[in-house]
Design a protein around this ligand. Structure first.
Ligand code: C6P
Length: 411
């Protein structure tokens, strides 16, 4: 059990008023807030250790390099990668997925091959594959979603065939709030000789993830959704695949020898990390990992499950509400997309903001999914470890007040 009231004390940003109301931050799927430990780490680094990594022999450069590579080891341990060579620092999930599609995609996909994704993917896990399919003359195929909001495994079995070279699926949907059966999908992909790519943006911050147990070939996630800074993320890849792949970017840091007309690359993981990396971001991500690990990912997962078990029935009881994804709290993560009858989600989000409650409204960068659900946009509340049942109550009260306002013109 975690004590969210105590944990939230470590997040200074949460203690402010928005529109004269205490802030309730429920937009964690977009980005999470940062604890003091992460903010302090950033300041400490810039005040004490700032230097470029891997090149200098002076003391600051050595300290920066030690902490940057130390952060990589923290990432490795956090997702249980086999070795640090398999954990590359990127700008975030989007960059990680683009690197896979460009580097592995160009290597492994030819005309007539198939790439399989699903209708519940984020644009970052759609467009790189569309581009790859176009470059190579390959076909992009979609796994269906069941009426209940789960990935349809019968459809997966039909779509993944001997022609499939890549399967790429979100571990957790940023709209439907479902956890997808990655190990089962990986087994299916491997049976047909395809690789399994996982978009872990909404999973790694919220539950224990073991890339080896999942047998994922590639796994992508972002630091800013797990209490770390923006501009830093991770691409995990199995060594055997990364070894074969060409770097996506070229320049300083990633080279071994540069001749006039050709060059050789450093070994993994550095061959992919061209230019000065986001050193402070990586080190602060390491601090975020320490912070989350100390609380415990299983405990965080349980806490969010408890919040969902508390808030989902209360939401479901609101007249005229539609909640997307599975209706049983035990099948739903802390990402809850909803609409109120006759109200535009942007109006709902604006009205909730007037009550101090921050939620997202829009297509959530998942336009094909919203089209599939036949809805132009939704509101979305998303919970994290510092949210409490009191926050859930404020959400419910604000939704009821919003309904009242739009029906009768006053709150
Ligand atoms: N989803 C949301 O509000 P980046 O922007 O690279 O850190 O993450 C992209 C991304 C990829 N996959 C999934 C499942 C995601 O949810 C996201 C980011 C945010 O839902 C911002 S659009």
């Amino acid at each position: 059990m975690i004590n969210a009231d105590k944990i939230r004390q470590q997040f200074p940003i949460l203690f402010q008023e928005v529109n004269d109301e205490p802030l309730v931050y429920l937009d964690n799927a977009a980005t999470t807030q940062k604890p003091k430990a992460v903010l302090d780490k950033l300041t400490y680094y810039y005040e004490n250790d700032n230097a470029n990594v891997h090149r200098g022999v002076h003391t600051l450069a050595e300290r920066a390099t030690k902490d940057y590579e130390g952060a990589r080891e923290k990432v490795r341990a956090f997702i249980n990668a086999n070795e640090t060579a398999e954990t590359l620092f990127t700008r975030g999930t989007t960059t990680s997925l683009n690197w896979i599609a460009k580097s592995y995609g160009d290597l492994a996909v030819s005309a007539g091959d198939e790439i399989v994704i699903s209708y519940m993917e984020h644009h970052s896990n759609i467009i790189p594959w569309q581009q790859l399919a176009e470059r190579k003359g390959a076909t992009l195929k979609y796994i269906e979603i069941t009426k209940e909001g789960f990935l349809d495994m019968e459809s997966a079995k039909k779509q993944i065939t001997a022609k499939t070279k890549i399967v790429s699926i979100a571990h957790v949907s940023n709209v439907l709030g479902v956890i997808n059966p990655i190990k089962e999908l990986a087994d299916l992909a491997h049976k047909h000789g395809a690789v399994m790519v996982v978009d872990g943006a909404q999973a790694v911050p919220h539950m224990p993830v073991d890339v080896q147990a999942l047998d994922a070939d590639f796994y992508a996630f972002s630091g800013h959704k797990m209490c770390g800074p923006t501009g830093i993320g991770v691409l995990y890849g199995k060594r055997a695949l990364l070894e074969k792949m060409a770097p996506v970017e070229f320049g300083g840091e990633m080279i071994d020898f540069v001749n006039l007309y050709d060059s050789t690359w450093k070994e993994l993981p550095w061959k992919f990390e061209a230019g000065t990396p986001n050193i402070a971001g990586a080190i602060a991500l390491g601090a975020a990992i320490d912070f989350l690990t100390e609380i415990g990912l299983e405990a965080i997962h349980q806490h969010e499950a408890e919040l969902v078990a508390y808030v989902l029935p209360k939401l479901q009881a609101i007249e005229g509400i539609t909640i997307y994804g599975p209706q049983n709290p035990k099948d739903h993560t802390g990402v809850i997309a909803f609409n109120l009858e006759n109200l535009h989600p942007h109006d709902v989000a604006t009205a909730l903001d007037m009550e101090g409650v921050a939620v997202r409204a829009g297509h959530h960068c998942a336009q094909p999914l919203l089209k599939y659900l036949d809805v132009p946009a939704t509101a979305r509340a998303s919970f994290y470890l510092y949210n409490t049942k009191a926050d859930a109550d404020r959400l419910i009260e604000a939704i009821l007040a919003t309904k009242e306002f739009f029906q009768h013109g006053s709150i």
